[in-house]
Design a binder for this molecule. Structure first.
Ligand SMILES: *Cc1c(COP(=O)(O)O)cnc(C)c1O
Length: 398
């Protein structure tokens, strides 16, 4: 997945353009720029890549989620449904706005289970936030149906699924708002960066203003601009955008490499009867940033992970035992360990986490292994890795 693996002259040249004119900021300084608007150019590229009318770059994927929710008017006391399996950024971004994360089970897609989502909807629910984990997707038709039936927004976090598609649409472009991350380990990297994508003109304008202190971006004198509403600073810099501009042009190349490496590994593992692969909803095409498979039980899964470690097979994880991606290790959320006071509304809204169990999620996440697909592996390396992985698995399932 990480685009940084193939850094080269294109990235260097884009960054040098910015350094040559010295304008590191994305707004203003028109005269000094010598025509270079890296953030603007990247937004245009991303509109094409993600087939979306509007793209707003921001400083991170986490910021993208907060900005997307804020742009749609979600805030204090509102409930946002999110999966138990995701990066901590999901609830961080919700709580930043004073909204309440409602955690819901994932199924064999490793994404939100539509039935569980339905059950979690209350009068306070404002959005369903689906997270397209590890290069693939949840059952989007079913989730769209639930969102529509209950008149709530569908927000799509596609940070880990850049380049995946569902029924011909890029992941991230299906919900009312989509969020992307271009942090250092994502398929396209800016170093740090993110994007909100939407076809809704009002959400876009809101995101554009909100991510820059409420600036209305009318005219070319920043000081004279007005502030129609309160904002914040979630801006991306020109230096970061320049790196992303080089990387996005290489996305087709990155995706082709991912697919090739993914297929070699998948083929080797598919010969083992005890291995099953994650369900990809009908009409879905994975980005191949990760290969995900299930083993018969948690014990076998842990033994395979240990076997991989012993054999020097890196970048494979069982997220059940991971501190950052699964609810089991999120004590700081469950116990509300906050540096600053949290509103009573959010405190009360999160009481359920003290007692709620997630058997369906445990059932799938406990038996899942997720292997990052690297761009820099040679074909020989992937084949050797595939053989070693198959050997470890065969020894563990006996
Ligand atoms: C990386 C990631 C984020 C956060 O992105 P940052 O740019 O690191 O803030 C959010 N959600 C998911 C699913 C991610 O993988």
């Amino acid at each position: 997945m990480p685009g940084f693996e193939l850094f080269g002259d294109l990235e260097r040249q884009q960054v040098n353009d910015v350094l040559d004119n010295g304008v590191l900021m994305r707004y203003g300084f028109d005269g000094m720029r010598k025509g270079h608007w890296k953030a603007k150019a990247l937004e245009q590229e991303l509109q094409n890549t993600f087939k979306a009318k509007h793209v707003q770059l921001v400083s991170s994927g986490t910021a993208a989620v907060s900005v997307a929710l804020a742009a749609a008017g979600i805030g204090a006391g509102d409930e946002v449904i999110m999966p138990t399996f995701t990066f901590v950024a999901s609830f961080e971004a919700i709580m930043l706005l004073g909204a309440i994360p409602i955690l819901v089970d994932v199924d064999d897609t490793l994404g939100l289970n539509p039935e569980a989502v339905k059950k979690a909807i209350t009068l306070k629910t404002k959005a369903i936030m689906v997270v397209q984990m590890c290069g693939s997707m949840a059952n989007m038709d079913a989730l769209q149906e639930v969102a529509k039936a209950h008149d709530v927004l569908l927000v799509e976090d596609a940070c880990q699924a850049i380049g995946g598609t569902y029924k011909g649409k890029p992941l991230g472009s299906i919900g009312h708002l989509g969020c992307f991350s271009f942090d250092f380990v994502k398929t396209i990297t800016c170093g740090e960066g993110g994007a909100v994508v939407t076809n809704n003109g009002q959400y876009y304008t809101n995101a554009d203003h909100y991510s820059d202190h409420g600036h209305d971006h009318v005219g070319n004198d920043r000081g004279a601009e007005t502030h129609p509403f309160l904002g914040y600073n979630f801006r991306i810099s020109e230096l970061h955008a320049a790196v992303g501009l080089a990387q996005v042009k290489r996305l087709p190349e990155f995706l082709a490499i991912q697919k090739k490496n993914f297929n070699i590994l998948r083929e080797a593992l598919s010969e083992i009867p005890e291995v099953t692969f994650r369900t990809v909803p009908e009409g879905g095409v994975e980005s191949c940033a990760f290969l995900n498979f299930f083993l018969p039980d948690l014990e076998t899964t842990r033994s395979v992970i240990n076997g991989f470690k012993a054999q020097g097979i890196d970048v494979c994880w069982n997220y059940y035992d991971n501190n950052w991606h699964y609810i089991r290790k999120w004590e700081h959320l469950k116990e509300l360990k906050s540096l600053f006071p949290i509103s009573h509304e959010v405190k009360n809204g999160l009481e359920y986490l003290k007692t709620k169990t997630f058997e369906m999620s445990d059932h799938y996440i406990g038996r899942n292994i997720s292997c990052l697909i690297k761009l820099s592996w040679t074909e020989e390396e992937v084949k050797t890795r595939a053989n070693k992985m198959a050997k470890v698995i065969r020894a563990s399932v006996k």
